[in-house]
Design a protein around this ligand. Structure first.
Ligand code: GRF
Length: 217
């Protein structure tokens, strides 16, 4: 199983995926990393792991379709079975999502369908949520709207800061994202446009664990 990881920034999820690959827990190889920013700190993790990295700099592309075309070219050069959005801060166009449908996964820092979009930790605090978390889901043209696969929840404490809550959620992202990739690599997970199947059965709702619980086999 050949995976490509798309990043835009810090790259801690990329780091977790690379660690799982190194430990032979990913079920496949990360054959390329593509960043939408030339200065993404996460590129350093690719370099350290000896993983080929490319930059598709949105600010240097004439328009949206030029960016998509360049990104698609870089992705296709890697011949991936799976494309992982790991903090990739670009909205994907319908055409792009359709081109790669059945092989796109995203990790999002909320218990979807709650808190789609940005600043999820700040909004969880502002809205008085007592439980928060993260989700791995299949990608569809609707932003953060694709079929949900695996979620990890964390408590929100009364004296939480955005940074503390974000760090608590991030630890869980690092746990669940490689785990779902493993399911895909092992041929257990099928991504369809409107549903996902695990071991041949459609998931009616995402599998959800707490931070303390082990992940399901
Ligand atoms: C993560 O919280 C991810 O869920 C969100 O952006 C953040 C990226 O973090 N989409 P990193 O670059 O993987 O450290």
């Amino acid at each position: 199983m050949r995976a490509v990881v798309l990043i835009s920034g810090r790259g801690s999820n990329l780091q977790a995926l690379l660690a799982a690959e190194r430990a032979r827990d990913l079920g496949g190889d990360i054959v390329g990393v593509i960043s939408s920013r030339a200065d993404a700190p996460g590129l350093h993790h690719a370099g350290q792991a000896g993983c080929p990295a490319a930059i598709v700099d949105a600010s240097k592309c004439a328009d949206r379709s030029a960016f998509d075309a360049e990104l698609a070219m870089q992705i296709d050069a890697c011949e991936p079975d799976l494309i992982l959005l790991a903090g990739f801060m670009r909205i994907l166009t319908d055409g792009f999502v359709q081109r790669y449908q059945r092989r796109l996964l995203n990790v999002h820092p909320s218990l979807l369908p709650a808190l789609r979009g940005l600043h999820t930790h700040r909004r969880a605090l502002a809205d008085g949520h007592t439980v928060h978390g993260c989700t791995v889901h299949a990608v569809t043209p609707e932003l953060d709207g694709g079929p949900l696969i695996l979620q990890a929840e964390v408590p929100v404490y009364p004296d939480d800061t955005e940074a503390r809550l974000a760090a608590r959620v991030l630890r869980q992202e690092h746990r669940i994202f490689p785990h779902v990739v493993r399911w895909f690599a092992d041929g257990r997970l099928q991504l369809e446009p409107d549903r996902v199947l695990l071991d041949g059965r459609a998931l009616e709702r995402p599998i959800r664990v707490t931070a303390e619980e082990p992940l399901p086999e």
